[in-house]
Each structure stands twice: as C-alpha cells, then as structure tokens.
Design a protein around this ligand. Structure first.
Ligand code: URA
Length: 276
C-alpha cells in the first residue's frame, strides 16, 4: 500500500513537471550509448579535431533532424505557397519534417468546424486531448470556448456557415508536456497558418491568446494591449482576445472577453454576416 502511494506520488510528480508522454517501452540510458558520427560530419572534409563529447554522444540523427530553423522556415514557406486547397495544405504539413514536435505528438491537429464559416479562430497549439483526438479545442478550454461562442449564437457543428466557425492553431502538433511553443516553432509554423487563412478566406479572424495574437499580427505587445480593438491582417478584420485556458485560471477576465464578443457581433452586423 505504502509502495502504491509512493508510485502514485512519483507519477504525479512527473505529470506536474510536464513529463506526460511515453516515447518508448523501455527507458534508454543515453549516457551509455556508443559514440556515433553525426551525419553532417560525414559530408564535411576530414577534420583532425575530435567532435565535442556532447555531440559525439548524441543518437544518430536523420537529415530532417539536422534541418536548421532557417532552412525549415524557407521550406515551410515554399510548401505552403504551393498549396491551393486546405486538403493540399493538410497533406503538406503532415509530410513536413522540419519540426521535431511532430515526432512526439500522437496526431496532427489541423482544423475543426465549418470551412465555409466567415469566422475563423486561431489558438496556440494542441494540448493532450487535442493530440489524442486530432482536433483543436476539444479539452476543458475547448468546452469553455464552445460556451463563449454559444453566447453569441455560434456553434462549430452548425451547417449554416453564418452560425458556425472554423478553428485552427498556430502549431499543428502538440509541444511535449504542453510547454509554450518556442519562437522557432512559431516561425516555422507561420507560413502554414498564414496560407491556411488565405485558403479559408474568413471575413473575421479571432486570435485566441497572446501567442496567436503576437504571431499573426507580428506585434510584441501583451494580449491585454492587443485585445479590445479590431486590427487589419491582410485585409481581414482581426480581433485578439484572451485564451480560454487563461480564463479558466483567471475568471475575472471573462468580462473582457464578453466585451470582445459584443464587438465581434457588432462587426458581424456591420458586415452583414450576422444570422437572424
Ligand atoms: N489550446 C489551444 O491553443 N489550442 C487547442 O487546440 C487547445 C488548447
């Protein structure tokens, strides 16, 4: 019994520290692995200098692992521009090997909702529930998002485009342990989400949270400064608001999100896309 309690406490400690993924059946002691020549070193002229210990002890990497952020970004741009439909884009992202988070994720998360809806929402990155189901915003923060949308007559399941929304994220793969995406993961993912927006052609864009707001609007201000007003993003009326996960931790900010929803409704009316 005491042993069980100890095991449970140990597991909880791992979870609390973001260690919630099993990558293999057996643990690997990387300190005991044989020294392997890095792939890049084989292509370079022979050097008389021994590789640094840390590099030499690394497991063998595939060429994709060695793609630098700049190369991955330019590849992402080229691939995204070559896509002429959301289906093509989904396949291009699935085949793209420039992001290592693809390897730890269970499923790719591309979209949910109605692609004909005039309103598109963009979150940050999938969490554990989204990773399992392959759909954005299906966990607790997604349930809160659904209630917020319902308060202004919107439902992602609706067939009528005017009553529905389309949802995606900046990142299509879950960062392990739900950590905040790194700047290079955001930069590499941006060409894909920007092309996604172009292909869906929304009339109104809602950016959920600071990561999404700053990345799409290319601004450095906090979400509390970005929200509460419409911005122009390549001709699309765009508003940033607090992320539902933040609202779960800080319910007092629900009032601000309600104000943003009222602004969105006023904009829908002005644009004649408010369903009766
Ligand atoms: N948070 C996000 O930003 N996106 C999701 O899909 C789920 C949680």
């Amino acid at each position: 019994m005491a042993q069980n309690a100890l095991l449970k406490a140990t597991l909880q400690w791992y979870l609390d520290n973001g260690v919630d993924e099993i990558l293999g059946e057996e643990p690997i002691d990387r300190t005991q692995m044989p020294v392997i020549e890095p792939v890049l070193a084989q292509k370079q002229p022979q050097s008389t200098v021994a590789p640094p210990l840390a590099t030499a002890a690394m497991p063998q990497q595939s060429p994709a692992d060695l793609m630098g952020a700049a190369e991955a970004m330019s590849k992402a741009r080229e691939l995204a521009q070559g896509c002429n439909s959301a289906e093509e884009l989904k396949k291009a992202i699935a085949d793209f090997d420039g992001l290592s988070i693809k390897k730890t994720a269970m499923n790719m998360v591309f979209c949910d909702g109605n692609p004909k809806a005039p309103i598109m929402l963009i979150g940050e990155a999938p969490g554990a529930d989204e990773d399992r189901q392959g759909k954005p915003f299906v966990g607790v923060s997604g349930q809160l998002l659904d209630r917020i949308l319902a308060s202004i007559g919107l439902d992602r399941q609706e067939e009528d485009p005017l009553k529905s929304v389309y949802i995606s994220n900046i990142l299509n793969w879950r960062p392990p342990g739900n950590r905040t995406p790194s700047q290079s993961e955001i930069d590499i993912s941006l060409p894909f989400i920007k092309r996604h927006i172009e292909l869906i052609e929304p009339k109104i864009l809602i950016l959920l949270g600071g990561v999404s707001g700053k990345a799409i609007l290319d601004r450095s201000e906090s979400i509390s400064r970005l929200r509460g007003t419409f911005h122009d993003f390549n001709g699309v009326q765009t508003i940033a608001t607090y992320h539902p996960a933040y609202l779960l931790r800080t319910p007092a900010q629900k009032r601000a999100v309600w104000q943003d929803m009222l602004m969105i409704n006023a904009k829908r009316k002005e644009m004649d896309i408010l369903s009766e």
